[in-house]
Design a protein around this ligand. Structure first.
Ligand code: CTP
Ligand code: MG
Length: 229
């Protein structure tokens, strides 16, 4: 039997979202965004444990958000997402036994589907790294000073999402080697470390809540309502 742990990074400040509290603690249909995100992994048959990374200053928001869920002590995150992930991986490395696989996921993506989690985990039977992603469907333009300066060839382009799954030992080593490299996702860390990263088609609704419109869209997709700002 192999083991698989979900690592949820929730230590951001949500600067682009703004508002009274970080976006992972905003209400979405009666529960915090983070509650939905954690729940999706906790109830998944492929996931043995869920570890969350938070900002210590958000402890009260965190406790309220995850009330009723059975989780280990959260890990204190860092100044960048990459740093928060590395600190989370270090905590998982101290578990006994160490997990075989880790699925790293943004707290700000509450609409991840069970099928996406399963597809990413399944791919790890064959490759060291696999990420949820969706093919680009819009035509992409390069813009300079408000004018179109070119059209980007769309074929072969994907939008990377999370979860991003890895063999645990390999992503831990990669994150240690590349600490401070300022990469925006874990696949980039894996790529730099020379790992093959597989693309797994995820669910389009698995959007990242970045601003208020995203939260409204997530609520619509959940058929839920959000309080007005
Ligand atoms: N994150 C983290 N630690 C950080 C920065 C980000 O754990 N130092 C997490 C966020 O909480 C989020 C995920 O990484 O779940 C994706 O990051 P992003 O969408 O950029 O969230 P924020 O950094 O919070 O938002 P912003 O960039 O607008 O400030
Ligand atoms: Mg950010």
């Amino acid at each position: 039997m192999t083991s698989c742990v979900a690592l949820i990074v929730a230590a951001g400040s949500g600067e682009r979202f703004g508002g009274d509290r970080p976006k992972q603690y905003q209400d979405l249909g009666g529960r915090a965004v983070l509650h939905h995100t954690v729940g999706a992994f906790l109830r998944h048959a492929y996931v043995d444990a869920v570890q969350v990374v938070i900002q210590p200053g958000h402890r009260e928001l965190y406790d309220a958000a995850i009330a009723g869920l059975d989780l280990p002590e959260p890990v204190a995150g860092g100044a960048t997402r990459q740093e928060s992930v590395r600190l989370g991986l270090e905590r998982l490395a101290a578990r006994d036994p160490v997990p075989d696989f880790v699925l790293i996921h943004d707290a700000a993506r509450p609409l991840v589907s069970g099928a996406t989690v399963q597809a990413v985990r399944d791919r790890l039977d064959e490759v060291p790294a696999a990420i949820a992603a969706v093919p680009v469907t819009d035509t992409l333009k390069r813009g300079t000073g408000g004018l179109v300066s070119g059209t980007v060839e769309r074929a072969g382009l994907w939008r990377a999402q999370t979860p991003q799954g890895f063999r645990f030992g390999e992503i831990l080593r990669a994150h240690r080697e590349l600490a401070g490299a300022e990469l925006t996702d874990d696949a980039a860390v894996a790529e730099r470390a020379g790992l093959d990263v597989a693309l797994v088609e995820g669910n389009v609704e698995n959007l990242k809540v970045t601003n208020r419109d995203d939260l409204a869209q997530a609520a619509m997709l959940m058929n839920a309502s959000i309080p007005s700002p």
